[in-house]
Design a protein around this ligand. Structure first.
Ligand code: C2O
Ligand code: CU
Length: 485
């Protein structure tokens, strides 16, 4: 009999071997997770979001203003912070003027009541231009999250429409500094004065249409000042619609303390592959005054420096780096003995491969082939019909509330797919290709032909999406929904 405990400790042992056996000689961290955080008294935090076009610039735009779509009067995504136990009351106004450009807000990774999940047609009506909509919920988990719209996301997110959501209360031993590190690309022409098409058929049929300009917090390879010899929490969030980065840090010891917002036992960061929507919280011990550390993307022929951390001031810490763990997540433990196993295969449709081949490499825009109903990708052989959300296909699966399920996520393609589940967080059990540390995730990255097993208790009733978070894949068919009742 394999209990979750033996499974986890077995996996932890393996993870130790794989992750610690590196040239940097990183030490293991031994401190246990802090007890689950208790929510404070409910306070109401009010938030006004107006989705609107603004002509704005960012350092990475080389002095140009671009027609960004944002939720606030600024180019960077608004950062919303609450304490565990607080209620977030949001008033959303759709100030976009293009006819039919409706919006809604999906609070990515938040295990909230179904009617607040922000998926148009599935759980709420679309919010048409000029209309408004209210959300109200108490996030059950601490950590690093974000929010975005859920239809024509390829363009809406491509133009900047997103926000960051942080739920505090998970660090009983405070770190010396808290730093957001938001990764995203922009699809800009060579002069950086206009957007390129957000969706291309060649991209949609393969790994996606990549941005041409990379950025961290709106700047290309910025220098970010941090306190010296300090334990700094980096909240690294991949807000890009397409790009998978493999992040690592040189010049500082680094430990992963949370994945997709939820605490994990700290393990040394060698490198971590992050698909769109994935987050990691990393604690680094910064260098001495005047020193720098560098955040790299290793997922490239030559490592790409993404940002430099410049240390300033008097040392804050003495002794070895042994980062304080976060408070454990409050996720129901799946009963693996009783769990029903459900296989999911993520594949291309027959049309998908031929269309992608015919489209060639020159980024033919989708519209020019009039393929508004392109079905390039599928989950369990079924492709979301058309590109619209308005025709609901049958659910991928119907789950019984309160029961445990094991999902076998199998990638049957040569592309990678970050697969996201709404409404629940998975317990990641293991992969057939690599050693993964025990952790929770709302988005797991499937490598080519990889199979990852996840499990969860279906304890959140409603109609929930499951889809690839490479938005072009999602919007050309790799999307479905499941029902918990
Ligand atoms: Cu962040 Cu349905 O996704
Ligand atoms: Cu995909």
């Amino acid at each position: 009999m394999i209990s979750r405990r033996t499974l986890l400790s077995g996996a932890a042992g393996l993870a130790g071997t794989a992750l610690l056996g590196n040239a940097s000689g990183a030490r293991a961290f031994t401190r246990p997770l802090a007890p689950v955080a208790r929510p404070g008294d409910e306070k109401v935090v009010r938030l006004d979001l107006i989705a609107k076009e603004h002509s704005l610039s960012l350092p990475c735009f080389d002095g140009h203003d671009l027609p960004l779509w944002t939720f606030a009067d600024q180019a960077l995504p608004p950062v919303v912070r609450l304490n565990l136990g607080d209620r977030l009351d949001t008033h959303l106004v759709n100030g976009l003027t293009r006819p039919g450009e409706h919006v809604s807000i999906h609070w990515h990774g938040i295990r909230l009541p179904n009617d607040q999940d922000g998926v148009p047609y599935l759980v709420q009506p679309p919010v048409e231009p000029g209309a408004s909509y209210d959300y109200s919920f108490v996030p059950p988990d601490t950590g690093t999250f974000f929010f975005h719209t859920h239809c024509n996301t390829v363009e809406q997110l491509g133009r900047g429409l997103a926000g960051i959501l942080i739920i505090d209360g998970d660090a009983p031993e405070p770190y010396d500094h808290d730093q957001l590190v938001v990764l995203r690309d922009w699809r800009l022409d060579e002069a950086r004065s206009a957007f390129l098409p957000f969706l291309t058929l060649a991209g949609a049929g393969r790994a996606g249409s990549f941005g041409t300009v990379r950025s961290v917090n709106g700047a290309t390879n910025p220098e970010i000042p941090l306190p010296a010899v300090a334990d700094v929490r980096l909240r690294i969030i991949n807000v890009d619609a397409t790009r998978i980065s493999e992040v690592g840090i040189e010049g500082a010891e680094a430990a992963v303390v949370a994945i997709d917002g939820l605490a994990c036992a700290p393990f040394p960061l060698r490198s971590w592959k992050m698909g769109p929507a994935m987050r990691i919280d990393v604690v680094i011990r910064t260098p001495a005054d005047g020193g720098t550390a560098t955040l790299y993307d290793y997922f490239a022929a030559k490592p790409v420096p993404l940002a430099r951390f410049a240390a300033h001031g008097a040392p804050r810490r003495t002794g070895d780096f042994d980062p304080a763990p976060l408070a454990a997540a409050r996720i129901a433990k799946p009963d693996l003995e009783a769990a029903e196993t459900i296989p999911f295969s993520f594949s291309a449709t027959a049309t998908g491969s031929s269309v992608a081949a015919a489209a060639g490499d020159d980024g033919l825009p989708l519209g020019s082939l009039c393929l508004s109903a392109a079905n390039l990708w599928a989950i369990n052989q079924s492709s979301w019909p058309g590109t619209g959300m308005d025709k609901l296909p049958p659910p991928l699966v119907r789950l019984e509330r309160g029961r445990s399920y094991r999902m076998q996520l199998r990638n049957a393609t040569p592309q990678m797919h970050p697969i996201h589940i709404h409404g629940h967080s998975w317990t990641v059990l293991g992969s057939n290709k690599r050693v993964l540390p025990p952790h929770f995730a709302d988005t797991v990255l499937l490598l080519p032909n990889e199979k990852i097993d996840v499990a969860f208790v279906a304890d959140n009733p409603g109609r929930w999406m499951m889809h690839c978070h490479i938005i072009e894949h999602q919007e050309t068919g790799m999307m479905g929904w499941y029902d918990v009742a």
